[in-house]
Structures are given as structure tokens and as C-alpha cells.
Design a protein around this ligand. Sequence first.
Ligand SMILES: Cc1cc2nc3c(=O)[nH]c(=O)nc-3n(C[C@H](O)[C@H](O)[C@H](O)COP(=O)(O)O)c2cc1C
Length: 123
Amino acid sequence: MFIENGGDLNTIIIYATKHGTVEKAVSLLKRNLKGNIIIANVNKHVPSLEIFDTVIIGGSIYYGKVQKELTQYMKKNSRLLLTKRLGLFLCAGHPNPQQRKIEMENAFPKEILEHALLTSSPT
Ligand SMILES: Cc1cc2nc3c(=O)[nH]c(=O)nc-3n(C[C@H](O)[C@H](O)[C@H](O)COP(=O)(O)O)c2cc1C
């Protein structure tokens, strides 16, 4: 799985989806990123984070909440996640941008959100 690449960055995108939108977003993201990109569904096997420089985490919002498996994963791995270049995103459909900002704040643990280089929910 890991390719020795002479210096390119290794990125893992860890995601959760219910109806496939996040999965589509992840494919688009992968197409637009450089380096080695591994994709992992949080409900299946997520490889050890040691070899990755960059970790991108994304999920979707249902009734105000992100998938609990994603929350559990972030809590369990927070120490290691805080050593990585982090990107966070949500797929969400709430029409009010202020509400989507709140959803973003609630979906990710505070220290992870503060550590992230990039965060995004629909605008
Ligand atoms: C039953 C249901 C509840 C939803 N609740 C919310 C919500 O509370 N806030 C929000 O921003 N979007 C909400 N959405 C929109 C989804 O987050 C959005 O469609 C997302 O792209 C789904 O991603 P997925 O297909 O990867 O699961 C809801 C959608 C459905 C079908």
C-alpha cells in the first residue's frame, strides 16, 4: 500500500458516508491532490497513521451530527492526529451558513479543529 516515493507527501483521507456524497467528494479530492493518496472508510480498515504526513477527515451531517464512528476514531487517535498536517471537511445541506459553522464546530473535537490547516463545509 505505501509506496516509497522519493520525497512526495503521503496523504490519507479518512471518511464516513451514509448515501455516498462524501465518497464522491473524496474521489474528487484525490484527483486534485499531489503525492500518494490512500482512502479509508472509517467503518472498514483504517491503516496506522504513522507513515502519513497529511490526514484529511470528512463526514456528513444528519440531524446536526456527524457520523459517530468518525467522532470515535478522532477521539481514539487524537494524540497522533495532532502531529499531522490536518484537513477537515463536511458534506452538509443546511441552508443557513451560520448553522453549518456550528455543525463544523460540533463535528470535530476542539483541539483537532484548532490544529487543522484547512476546514471546509459547503458555502
Ligand atoms: C435525513 C437527513 C437529515 C439531514 N440532516 C442534516 C442536518 O441536520 N444538517 C445539515 O447540514 N445537513 C443535513 N442533511 C444533509 C446531508 O448532510 C447531506 O445530504 C450530505 O451531503 C449527505 O452526505 P452522505 O451522502 O455522504 O451521507 C440531512 C440529510 C438527510 C437525508
